[in-house]
Every structure is written in C-alpha cells, then in structure tokens.
Design a protein around this ligand. Structure first.
Ligand SMILES: C[S@@+](CC[C@H](N)C(=O)[O-])C[C@H]1O[C@@H](n2cnc3c(N)ncnc32)[C@H](O)[C@@H]1O
Length: 159
C-alpha cells in the first residue's frame, strides 16, 4: 500500500510527478473534460473514493493530502467547476467529515497537508469549521490577479 493518500486528487495538477508511486490517488469521479482554453482535464484516480467515508483502516498512511473544492459561487458547468469541483450548500458538515476521516486514516505522528483558496470562504471560516489548528502554513500568501489567496496548511498528528 502507498504511504501517502490524496483522496481528492482531481487532475493531479499540483504534482511534479503525476504518477508518483508513493501516492494513492483518489477522487469521487473518473472523467475527462476539455476546458474553454482547449486544455484536457484528465481525472482518473487509482481508486474511486468518497473522502467523507474512506474505506481504509485507522492509522494507515504517513501523510494525507487534502485539496477539497473551495468554490460556492460558480456555475456547475464552468471550467472552474470541472477542474476543482463545487462546494455543496451544506459544506460545513462535509468538510468536517473529510477532515476527520483523513485524520483517522493518518498514522500517529503523521502529517496532513491541506490546501485552501479563499475566493468564496475565508481561511478563518475554514479553521472555525475544522476546529483544528495547523502547526504552520501560508498565513499571508500573495494573492493572485483576482485577489484570491492560496494557502498550504500543515497539521501534525502528535500521538
Ligand atoms: C480542488 S480539486 C483537487 C485538485 C488537485 N489537488 C490537483 O492538483 O489537480 C478537488 C477535487 O475533489 C473531488 N471531490 C469532491 N468531493 C469529493 C469527495 N467527497 N470525495 C473525493 N473526492 C471529492 C473533486 O472531484 C475534485 O476533483
């Protein structure tokens, strides 16, 4: 079994090696799209999975990577939605389940990496929902042209 789990890996855009053998790539969908810029999005997880209810025993992985959808205000058929997915209205409950499942399958002394972008939901609201504090991360990242900040947060399972 791979040592790193990414249960929401989408098109693996942030990976230097999209076939890194240390990573188990999951997602809730297996599909392909063409964007309006004629870029092909290939979402082919190693395993289909629902990050809200993972089918792995407790303490399975040394690292878990979470990059959940972060957009509320975007059309379901937009390029952004196809690339990143969309948050449901009741996203608080889902986000808690996703974090708690990731934490459960993480080994003691394992690391959880969480990526967030604050276009529709602030980092403060996300951390309020998670009820966890990262050890460190991007506290004041540079915003992109649209004014959205992207954060990488590092959580440590100190047990
Ligand atoms: C922001 S994208 C991930 C992008 C990815 N990190 C990359 O480098 O390209 C979020 C992904 O989460 C997936 N997703 C949404 N809900 C999910 C769930 N409950 N379980 C697993 N994957 C889910 C979406 O299909 C989407 O591909």
């Amino acid at each position: 079994m791979q040592k790193i789990l990414d249960p929401m890996s989408g098109a693996r855009m942030f990976y230097f090696d999209k076939n890194n053998k240390s990573v188990l790539f999951g997602d809730i969908r297996d599909e392909e799209h063409w964007t309006r810029q004629y870029k092909k999005l290939e979402i082919h997880p190693d395993q289909l999975m629902d990050a809200r209810k993972l089918d792995f025993p407790d303490n399975s992985f040394y690292m878990v990577v979470l990059d959940p959808p972060h957009l509320i205000n975007c059309g379901k058929n937009s390029d952004m939605a196809k690339s990143y997915g969309v948050l449901e209205k009741a996203w608080h409950a889902d986000m808690k389940k996703i974090f708690n499942e990731a934490w459960r399958v993480l080994k003691p002394n394992g690391t959880l990496i969480f990526k967030w972008a604050d276009k529709d939901v602030s980092l403060a609201e996300l951390l309020y929902v998670l009820e966890r504090e990262p050890v460190f991360g991007d506290k004041k990242p540079a915003a992109n042209k649209a004014g959205t900040n992207r954060f990488f947060l590092v959580f440590f399972k100190d047990e």
